[in-house]
Design a protein around this ligand. Structure first.
Ligand code: ZN
Length: 358
């Protein structure tokens, strides 16, 4: 068994034990990959103290055997009604957890029907965040992959700063960035490249358009690469030619909020408290209403994962967590500024993983 997978499963089972749950059914793709190494697009893991089962169909059995050697591969045939009873009968457990936030209601109902018809004593129990909270604290190997993905994004940002010129459309710039990242070792990108210029930059998640970029306006560029499944996330706001006074004021406020947060965030702080640090700085700058999204989010196998840094988040920050810090100010009709870096909490302090020039 790969030591990595083994220790993840041990931690998971210990966490379930505390909740009085004997095993867990996993179907969320990133959780499945994290716990097994299997990166196919369909399959269920069933993890109990006695055995680890990976149920998948014939498209994936060979891949599953090679990627998840520590799992017993259970062949999935047609509807779940046909194969789940046989699998459940052999489990010899009473309470099987499932991912409460992920399993669909329709599949949950079908599984309950199956159990209702059988003679098993097995009960389904919804659990939340058990795998997600393990994933939030990164292992050294994961940090290395995220750092490689961040390096590709940094290089792409430097590249597009050279290439950007008045008249280039947002779409052309976005494609130039995507091509650069794929040519430089990124897997398919974790999210579509955002290039938003002028008034478009006031929309935090807009799609690149055919609008030609002009001088003296904000251009928000938000990009991420992916290496061996692990994502990076980076945003810069640039301006061709001389920026107007609004740009200077907004940019300095956003940068001040980001650097302020980076200096002060520490372990044991909640995601809500971390968000508040940047929010107060932006409010004091007079732009309180214009910071409409959260301060940041964990990044790993998923581009948005635990911890969440935003109003009301009780996620506790801890050493080993990797997350993006991305304050922004958006003014309708004028545009926006967002500055986003990937950081890691290490020995009680924030270290920046992203190196792109600000
Ligand atoms: Zn982000």
């Amino acid at each position: 068994m790969s030591p990595k997978t083994k220790s993840r499963i041990e931690k998971l089972l210990a966490g379930l034990g505390e909740k009085n749950i004997d095993g867990i059914l996993i179907s969320q793709p990133e959780n499945r990959r994290y716990l097994s190494g299997f990166d196919g697009s369909a399959g269920f893991l069933i993890i109990t103290p006695q055995k680890n089962i990976l149920a998948t169909d014939s498209r994936y059995t060979a891949q599953a055997k090679s990627q998840a050697p520590e799992y017993e591969i259970f062949p999935v045939t047609s509807d779940i009604e046909n194969w789940f009873p046989g699998l459940a009968a052999g489990l010899n457990i009473k309470r099987l957890g499932f991912e409460g936030e992920y399993l669909t209601f329709s599949l949950y109902r079908r599984l309950c029907d199956i159990l209702g018809k059988g003679k098993t004593v097995l009960k389904f129990v919804p659990v939340e965040d058990v795998v997600e909270s393990l994933r939030a604290v990164k292992e050294p190997g994961e940090i290395e992959l995220i750092a490689r993905a961040a390096e590709i994004a940094d290089a792409a940002m430097a590249h597009i700063r050279e290439e950007l010129h008045p008249g280039m459309t947002e779409k052309e710039a976005a494609w130039e960035i995507e091509k650069f990242m794929r040519d430089n070792g990124s897997q398919p990108l974790p999210f579509d490249v955002i290039v938003a210029s002028g008034p478009n930059s006031a929309l935090p998640h807009t799609q690149p358009s055919a609008r030609a970029i002009r001088e003296a306006e904000p251009i928000v560029i938000d990009i991420g690469a992916r290496v061996e499944g692990y994502a990076s996330d980076l945003s810069r706001t640039v301006c061709l030619g001389a920026p107007d006074d609004t740009f200077k004021k907004v940019y300095d406020t956003v940068l001040g909020a980001q650097l302020g947060a980076i200096a002060v965030i520490k372990p044991e702080m909640s995601g809500g408290e971390a968000d508040q640090i940047a929010r107060i700085i932006i409010e004091e700058g007079g732009y309180g209403e214009a910071f409409g999204h959260g301060l940041g989010h964990g990044v790993g196998l998923a581009i948005h994962e635990k911890p969440r840094l935003g109003s009301g988040s009780s996620d506790k920050l801890a050493d080993g967590m990797v997350f993006a810090i991305e304050p922004g100010i958006y003014i309708e009709g004028w545009g926006g500024v967002r500055i986003e870096d990937l950081v890691i909490m290490e020995a009680g302090k924030i270290r920046e993983i992203s190196k792109a020039r600000k």
